[in-house]
Design a protein around this ligand. Structure first.
Ligand SMILES: [Zn+2]
Length: 297
């Protein structure tokens, strides 16, 4: 199975995923990581080691992988809104392919490149079981949103196009929904934008259970299968939305998370109504329960 068809994790370290290991002295290293100041982040992380009881190992490995690229990388501007870094020189085929993948997703979801992005190709050594996001990931950094692509995916142009389209979808959804988008919709959109083929869904999950399934521990076969099914179900849900109102509906939906009235915001912030309920009702006139029932049928 090509790597792009494996389930890929969402941004592991954005606010909604918590701040593992972000205690006291690690704060500065993590701050440097978010500024994408990789040499500084790595120097600080190396001095600190893996944290008390290995609590910061996750951060350490993530910083190490991105810093190792930076040490030997060439940085290239692909477009005013897109830069690229890798150990090897960028060839014309891949330059065009990555730009086209981003432009296609942006065109579909109505994104005007308001936030720049950086694509970084990780070294082959980082494609290892210790890395928690082996199939590519996207991090909401300050100077730009950063997409990290595994080396194996970069080597194969068709896979590269899919990984970039998938991760660039997260760049757009993260910004347009201000990270309010639920996991199922985020991954469903990314799977749709990468052109993932439909796959059977064994157990149809409710919204809360589906969101949780993306967090399954993927080191074992059962966890991997569980998250794989979650991606398939998410894609099926978004295909249903697409049948209802096409790409224009999807573009409206990602904007609908933030174009709210004061009363909408009160419901969301004070009464705890999931933001996605408001957004779905606004664009499709239905809520998650109705959508999940209709898409399963
Ligand atoms: Zn994803």
């Amino acid at each position: 199975m090509p790597s792009s068809e494996q389930p890929r994790p969402n941004p592991p370290f954005t606010a909604r995923y918590g701040t593992v290991g972000q205690s006291g002295e690690w704060h500065e290293a993590i701050e440097a990581y978010y500024r994408d100041a990789m040499p500084q982040a790595y120097a600080m992380a190396s001095a600190l080691g893996a944290g008390y009881g290995g609590s910061a190992l996750r951060w350490y490995r993530m910083i190490e992988a991105e810093a190792r690229v930076r040490e030997i990388a060439q940085i290239t501007a692909i477009a005013p809104w897109l830069s690229f870094e890798a150990a090897e020189e960028l060839d014309d085929e891949r330059r065009e392919l990555m730009r086209e993948a981003c432009e296609r997703v942006a065109g579909t979801l109505g994104w005007n490149f308001e936030m720049p992005a950086r694509i970084a190709v990780l070294l082959p050594e980082s494609d290892a079981p210790w890395h928690e996001a082996r199939y590519g990931y996207c991090v909401d950094k300050y100077p730009y949103d950063k997409i990290c692509v595994p080396h194996a995916a970069y080597a194969d142009p068709a896979t590269l196009a899919r990984v970039v389209a998938h991760e660039y979808t997260h760049v757009i959804t993260l910004n347009l929904t201000q990270a309010r988008i639920p996991h199922w919709l985020d991954e469903g959109l990314a799977m749709t934008m990468e052109g993932a083929p439909p796959r059977p869904v064994e157990t149809w999950l409710e919204p809360t259970a589906l969101n949780a399934a993306f967090e399954a521990d993927r080191r074992e076969a059962t966890g991997l299968a569980r998250s794989g099914h979650a991606y398939s179900q998410a894609a099926q849900l978004v295909r249903h939305l697409r049948r209802l109102k096409g790409d224009a509906g999807l573009a409206k939906l990602v904007r609908a998370f933030t174009n709210n009235s004061v009363w909408d915001e009160i419901k969301i912030n004070l009464l705890g109504e999931p933001s996605v309920e408001e957004a779905l009702h606004e664009v499709y006139g239905l809520g998650q329960r109705e959508l999940f029932a209709a898409a399963q049928a």
